[in-house]
Design a protein around this ligand. Structure first.
Ligand SMILES: O=C(O)CCC(=O)C(=O)O
Length: 286
């Protein structure tokens, strides 16, 4: 493992988030962004029945080698290991894209509310900026210490401008307590699954692109389904609670696309439980 300034650990544990960790150089970020934008051009008409956005927003690591490989990057994993220990799995990889001037937002929420993992401390999101992500372009903001709270009540809004799967929202947050977490291209933030966070519109002239990778340990259990799917990226998993998979064979490989649909159906039972509609990214008959 590289030498890492470990002072972030205490702050992360106290506040539930940490931001501004440099992980990728400008040239690495330019190349990652260009690969993503090449995919957008190539698959502008979608992949079979789905829009490309489906695979960007949900479980991209199952079908897009670029996203799976990024989630295995030692530059990220060395930090995750300091928080979660040496056995690490990837549960989900997602791109959060806001076009310039778009009205897309993310409402106040706690990530693990609908994930079926209970109130675990053994889940961390690494969020990497693939563009300049500042207050103007709609960076995340967090409520320090909120990861120590229970899971709060979320209301489904299904608002079209909300990037979350159910438009879920916690009402009554005191915005004055929020800390903005701007990131330069290539920088990473880390947040705990119960830390309250949100993000605003992109009022800048550039796209705002963030890559969210959800890491878990072998001990985390899906309490609803009993099991869930994850990709082992460091160490080993001898706990039997995750169906481990190896990652994509190739870009949008047919077998991986079938597996993608299987996982989506399986997860949608938990992630959309209790919702009065399911016609978005977890639509079960995809
Ligand atoms: O990209 C955003 O603004 C929000 C992302 C988010 O909520 C998350 O990664 O948990």
């Amino acid at each position: 493992m590289r030498m890492i300034d470990k002072s972030f650990i205490n702050k992360y544990q106290k506040e539930g988030f940490y931001y501004g960790i440099p992980v990728f150089s400008n040239s690495e970020i330019r190349s990652i962004r260009s690969e993503i934008e090449t995919l957008e051009k190539k698959f502008k008409n979608g992949i079979s029945k789905n829009k490309l956005e489906q695979y960007f927003r949900v479980n991209g690591h199952i079908v897009i080698p670029l996203l799976a490989n990024l989630s295995k990057s030692p530059k990220i994993l060395d930090y995750i290991e300091l928080l979660l220990g040496s056995n690490i799995l990837v549960w989900s990889v997602e791109l959060f894209i806001k076009e310039p001037g778009s009205s897309k937002i993310v409402s106040w929420h706690q990530d693990i509310t609908y994930w079926g993992m209970g109130e675990t401390n053994n889940e961390v999101t690494a969020w990497i900026a693939l563009s300049n992500v500042n207050i103007e372009s709609g960076c995340m903001r967090f409520i320090p210490g909120s990861h120590n709270k229970k899971i709060l009540i979320h209301e489904d809004t299904f608002d079209e401008d909300n990037l979350l799967s159910r438009g879920q929202e916690i009402k009554g947050i005191n915005e004055k307590e929020a800390i903005y977490a701007p990131l330069k291209p290539g920088e990473m933030s880390l947040h705990h699954g119960k830390c309250l966070h949100a993000s605003g519109m992109n009022n800048s002239n550039d796209r705002r692109i963030g890559l969210a990778i959800r890491y878990v340990t072998p001990d985390v259990r899906n309490k609803e389904n009993g099991h869930d799917f994850a990709m082992l990226v460091r160490g080993f998993d001898d706990k039997g609670g995750w169906f481990n998979f190896a990652g994509p064979r190739s870009l949008f490989n047919k077998k991986d696309l079938c597996f993608y649909n299987y996982v989506l159906k399986y997860q949608s039972k938990v992630l959309m439980a209790g919702a009065n509609k399911n016609d978005g990214m977890y639509k079960a008959d995809k």
